[in-house]
Structure formats: C-alpha cells, structure tokens
Design a protein around this ligand. Structure first.
Ligand SMILES: NC(=O)c1ccc[n+]([C@@H]2O[C@H](COP(=O)([O-])OP(=O)(O)OC[C@H]3O[C@@H](n4cnc5c(N)ncnc54)[C@H](O)[C@@H]3O)[C@@H](O)[C@H]2O)c1
Length: 298
C-alpha cells in the first residue's frame, strides 16, 4: 500500500489464532483498503470477493510445522482445499494473475547443494506436504485451464509482527521474559533466512515481471543453523548461553533447506536487507512492542 497508494487492496483473512487485526492498524483507515473476515474454503464468499478483483496473491495458510505434527487436518483443509477453492474462483472470475505463495519446505532436506525449481518435491511434515499439494493444484490450473498462475517458494521469513511461535520471535520474547529458549536436538539444523520486506518485494517483483506458469525460488542468502541464530539473539539482548535448553528433536526434522535463487536473480531481483542489522532491528521491535506479543503468548 505504501508503494502503490492508488491500488485498491482487499484482504480476505479468517483471523485464525495467527491472524491479528493489530497488524493492520497502519492501513485500516485507508479508503483504498478493505478487510473481509472469511475462510478461503468458503466458495461462495471467495467468489463474491474475487468478482471485482484483477490480481490475487494467496498467502493464507496454516503455517506452523509443530502444530501440523500434532494435528494435520486443518492444514489439509486450508492449504489444499482452500487453495483449490481460490483457484476455482480465480478461473471463474478471470483473474489476470494468481500468485501462489509457497515454501522451500516442499523440496525437503538437502545435505549439500541447493534445490532448483525443477527439482522433485519430497516434503517431510504434514505442513510441507499440504503446501506441496497446493503447489501441484496451482500448477494443474495453469496446465489444464490456462489460469495465469505463478508459484513462489520462499525460505524462512523473519521480522516484526511474526506470531511468537516461530523461532526468532519465540526465542526473543522468551529471553525478554527471562525464560529459557528450547533448541531442538543439537541445534545444528540449517535454514536460510530472509527479512520479510525482501520477501514482499520479491512477490511484488514477480507479480509484475514473472512469467506465467513458472515457479520462482526466493531466498535471503543467509544460511544459518539454529544455534547461530540463538547466539545472535542472546548477544543482542545481552544474555549468555545459560538461557539455552536443549529439547528432544522434532520428529522428521529436516536437517537443511537450501534454495538456488539464480532464476529470480537473473530476472532482476535480489535481497536488500543485511541479515545482522535486520535481526537486530527485529529483536528491538519485540523489545519495544511488548503490548503486541504479550497477550498472544499468555
Ligand atoms: N513464515 C515463513 O517463514 C514462510 C516461509 C515461506 C512461505 N511461507 C508462506 O507464506 C504464507 C504466509 O505465512 P505466515 O508465516 O504469514 O503465516 P501465519 O500462520 O503467520 O499467518 C497465516 C494467515 O492466514 C490466515 N488464514 C489461515 N487459515 C485461513 C483460512 N482458512 N482462510 C483465510 N485465512 C486464513 C490467518 O488468519 C493468518 O492471517 C503461507 O502460505 C506460508 O506457507 C511462510
């Protein structure tokens, strides 16, 4: 909305535990913004919303791996069935471009090297397999019906307003509260990290410059293991390693995710935010905005 003040944006969101109107305070009174509370599985509502829309960027999902291990049913419902409902309405409403937001997790784990967009999908968790299912449905709507779909697969996001169950906000807020941080296994699992605004810029870039029917990997170029991240957060908050508590590893825990992002870079996008500064700003944001996360945690 900052970059395109004349665009009219409709935000359809169910406001599950992860959705939070406090995140939208900056835009809620903007006359070009409207909010519809609803479920992407509700085909009637989705059709009504999409009737007057040119472009769809589909972010809505159940997204937390640990929750999917406890119970995958809502993941299948929202991520697979919900995506299907959106695709079908997009077809009926002749949407000009449909960007399906996916994740690096659909490729599964890789010991060395990096996944390209053409690699096969070997997801490990109910979360990542439901996302892989949604990717394939999106692809099928392009191949079968010619719906102008583009799929993006991004690495781990971080930044302000991230629900405090994800690693960086969980660990940051725990330390601010004087609590220990639970590190899975030996803490050596590797993820690539991207600042959320770099992800947003990539999505905007792909919406304009991407080729229909294509898949684009998006990464920050910051591969780090969980202990490295933990140490950095501890250092920013002036705490030491005694705050770390090693806990039993997550079942099926993928060891390393890594993406080859050369396809998107060749098209002209690259990340802008430096990891260390973005992490420090993010940690400081949680330090200064306790009102935002405290009620979500307790
Ligand atoms: N967070 C990451 O690191 C990351 C990385 C790569 C890709 N992604 C993808 O980006 C998207 C957004 O992730 P996030 O981290 O912001 O997730 P999140 O869990 O923080 O937020 C999900 C949002 O979707 C809404 N939602 C859930 N079910 C819905 C439904 N049935 N109908 C309508 N709205 C519904 C929630 O209310 C919430 O606002 C997801 O598709 C996720 O797979 C996330």
């Amino acid at each position: 909305m900052k970059k395109y003040p004349d665009y009219k944006i409709v935000n359809l969101d169910k406001l599950t535990y992860a959705g939070n109107p406090d995140n939208l305070k900056e835009v809620e009174n903007n006359p070009n913004y409207s909010f519809v509370r609803g479920d992407i599985c509700d085909s009637h509502l989705v059709h009504e919303v999409m009737k007057n829309v040119d472009y769809v960027v589909h972010f809505a999902a159940e997204s937390h791996v640990d929750r999917s291990i406890e119970d995958g049913s809502v993941f299948v419902k929202t991520n697979v069935l919900g995506t299907h409902t959106l695709l079908q309405s997009a077809l009926e409403c002749k949407i000009k471009r449909f960007i399906h937001i996916s994740t690096d997790e659909v490729y599964g784990s890789i010991k060395s090297g990096s996944f390209k967009e053409t690699d096969i999908l070997t997801p490990s968790s109910p979360y990542s397999s439901s996302k892989a299912g949604s990717d394939l449905l999106a692809q099928s709507y392009y191949i079968t019906y010619g719906l102008p779909v583009i799929i993006t697969r991004c690495t781990n996001n971080f930044g302000p307003y991230q629900y405090p169950e994800k690693l960086i906000p969980l660990f940051t807020t725990n330390i601010i509260e004087g609590k220990k941080v639970p590190v899975y296994g030996t803490g050596t699992n590797v993820r690539d990290w991207i600042y959320v605004l770099d992800h947003c810029k990539a999505v905007d870039f792909i919406l304009r410059e991407g080729e229909v029917g294509e898949i684009y990997n998006i990464g920050g170029g910051n591969e780090k293991n969980n202990l490295e991240i933990t140490h950095k957060i501890l250092e920013i908050l002036g705490q030491d390693k005694s705050m770390i508590e090693y806990v039993k590893d997550r079942p099926g825990h993928d060891f390393r995710y890594s993406l080859d992002c050369s396809k998107l870079k060749e098209l002209g996008w690259s990340p802008e935010y430096a990891f260390d500064e973005a992490l420090e700003e993010t940690v400081n944001w949680y330090r200064e905005n306790r009102w935002w996360w405290e009620k979500l945690k307790h």
